[in-house]
Design a protein around this ligand. Structure first.
Ligand code: HEM
Length: 200
């Protein structure tokens, strides 16, 4: 076994701040939606808007980081080994098989993770981001936009993307507990360090 730095400092920072902000946005977002009544509507809107701006700033820095460090390459999709990983999560994990993917610092996501994270980054996030900004600046829409788009449509798309994010988070958190021990995948995202087999 060798100890390697798997998640750099900024990477852990953006991961956990993004997680925190998304939890705040989910909680206040569904309060705005009327799913539950735990705070004043105006408070929910204020906190939601503040957290949304913080998340947008975080994303701008994270996008810059991905491109300047070349870490964006970790998300290039591949079919190589994808079926083996899917087979593992559908069957192998229940029969005690070992994980078919051996990660390295240069390729730390298995093929299924690459697809899931890429979808999160280039589909769900931009949809929630653009629809959220359209929602926020509804009063300033130019006449051409107001003629072509209804607020209800924007709200529906925004809420739909919020549900997609919720589904992602449930699956993501569940799968982080599927390592050798309950927390063996979670610890490296806190400390940065992970033990890998020597020959990998
Ligand atoms: C990232 C940028 C985001 C922006 C700019 C944004 C902005 C907004 C705005 C302006 C509203 C309407 C508030 C009002 O009624 O006055 C709203 C509602 C909502 N937001 Fe966001 N939001 C963002 C991200 C998120 C995220 C990440 C989630 C959840 C994962 C989320 C979930 C919701 C939900 C569920 C509603 C209620 C929609 C409805 O019932 O019409 N938002 N958001």
């Amino acid at each position: 076994m060798s100890r390697v730095l798997m998640f750099k400092r900024f990477e852990r920072f953006w991961h956990w701040s993004q997680a925190l902000l998304i939890f705040v946005l989910l909680f206040t977002g569904f309060a705005i939606h009327g799913t539950y009544e735990v705070m004043r509507f105006s408070t929910a809107v204020q906190v939601h808007t503040l957290a949304a701006w913080a998340l947008i700033v975080l994303w701008v820095f994270a996008i810059f980081w991905h491109f300047t460090t070349g870490e964006w390459r970790q998300y290039i999709p591949t079919r190589d080994g994808l079926l083996a990983v899917m087979h593992y999560y559908l069957i192998g994990t229940f029969t005690g098989a070992s994980h078919p993917y051996k990660k390295t610092t240069k390729a730390k996501h298995n093929p299924l993770q690459r697809l899931a994270y890429l979808f999160f980054k280039v589909v769900i996030s931009p949809i929630i981001w653009v629809s959220g900004l359209l929602y926020l600046f509804y009063n300033d829409w130019p006449a051409t936009l107001a003629g072509a788009l209804e607020l209800e449509t924007v709200a529906l798309i925004h809420t739909g993307a919020a549900f997609a994010m919720l589904v992602f988070i449930i699956a993501h958190v569940y799968m982080t507990t599927m390592g050798k021990t309950l927390t063996s995948h979670i610890k490296p995202m806190i400390t940065g360090y992970e033990d890998l087999d020597e020959h990998h």
